[in-house]
Design a protein around this ligand. Sequence first.
Ligand SMILES: [Fe+2]
Length: 597
Amino acid sequence: MRIILGIQEAHDASAALMVDGEIVAAAQEERFSGLKGDYGYPRQSIEFCLKQADLGASQIDEVVLATNLWNPVLTKIKRNANFKVSDWVAEQHKYWKPVLLENRQVSYYDLFKDRPDFHYDDTYPFDRLLSGYMDKEGMRQAREIRRTTVSMLLGIPLERVKTIMHEDCHTFYAYFGSPMRGRVLALTSEGIGDYSNGTVSEFSEEGRHELAHTRENHLGHIYQYITLLLGMKPNEHEYKVMGLAPYANKKELDKSYQVFARIQKVEGLNIVYDEKPPDLYFHFRDKLEGHRFDGIAGAVQKFVEVMLSEWITACVKATGLNRICFVGGVAQNIKACKRIAELDIVEDLYVCPAAGDTSVSIGACYYAMWKYLHAHRLSCEAIRPLDKIYLGPEFSDREVEAFLKRENVAAKFKTIPGVTSEDIARRLADGQILGRCAGRMEFGLRALGNRSILADPRRPEAVRKINAAIKFRDFWMPFTPSILAERTRDYIMNPKNLLSPFMTMAFDSTKLAQRDLIAALHPADLTVRPQILQEEQNPEYYAIIKAFERLTGVGGVLNTSFNLHGHPIVLGPKEALYTFENSELDALVLSNYIISR
Ligand SMILES: [Fe+2]
């Protein structure tokens, strides 16, 4: 038996456990700590993974820390988790402006230490590294501190704790986590890794053969800065800019697109600078003065789609490989993935769930397992694709029952045990909006039925109700459906039969979808980002949708993540009940109980 624990200790911290080539548990720290995007050592996720597999830390063969070098200052201040929009703006003015534009050194830590509203990481003794500048040597020292600390915390010999190259974490996840085998093209595009922000590799069971990499692929950075310039949080709210993009009219879009058009170009197998500005934030701030918000959103989205299309076309032509796995933060852009999938030259595209950095814990496991098998000349067949993403904690009926008693829930709400999929389907068909917390929690950004808010997708009023009363969401953001796999052709234009079980790709919708699922399509362009659900992936959730189909003829439900705005997706009964009490959800499905007002 080979047991590997993978850890992402930087932003969107997470842990994953692989046993004999199969990921058996994985979770993000934010679900346990309640701090969205939590940053640093994921203690509770690690404890969960070991408990789930009924293993002790001493049984772990290898602990793999994703990324060789990262900046200890950012972990100390838990940057992405703590920062508000005003902090991101301050970072530009007080740090990047002097460093990039005025050639002055500034201590990053001094800018953000001692903030009463921040949570700080206190796991790693980084102290002597914090006041200096962000340099490679500091990060090398930080790597040894990380290894020593983790070794001590888990009680595991230091030689069993390793760090794995960031790019390997991404690409091994993209390939071995996917159902693809044989020779494929593996591409990364992201903010920054260990040595690149874009890579092109030929991948097979023999491993990764890198053909090109660059540090000049700034699609991720540019999208981040535009997100910030539009008043939203970078590294988190890029999807809102993407959601806004289809509302842009052509005139405004064309006007703003001129600002982006000549920043980057494809050269060989890389995206590189064309006309390089002195910086990206202040450059776009000045150039986009007087531009409309929707035009800017539409333009940056078009820019990313155009660049990726040109790049990938060049890569396919040069390598002859037309089956692609795509990973990294930019691969989370489901509209760009749609555009790539539509290229004639592309035969197959697979995007793993949570393609940004939260999944590098899983990728580190894949890499370590592959390396072990490869070194021992063993077959890679033992490495299992990630065909399910329900990898988190589950709460038993007995635990739920005890919780309901302890909280005296029956005194406040109507509480009925033994809820059936027919009961749930009937309520949905009657227009109720339900929270569902049952089975194992999903890993990643998407709720796929087990930590979801569900509604009737035929009802446009459901959108208004969820937006205003439940999720306090932004008015322009679309919802998404979960659909029965056998109804795919009825609802989705998918001529290449691409797999999309985890909501990683957008498609055009059919006329029938525009009737049956109208509340779960993008209102402006009627595209859809479906969870295509096979029964064996989640029989209980499948049964609910099937029962809904029997009642209504509609083979899908509206599905959005079960959380209040700004909070992580709910973990279990406690968080689910809190969300129910602080929203206007009609009812809460908690394992086999239904709780209503
Ligand atoms: Fe990354």
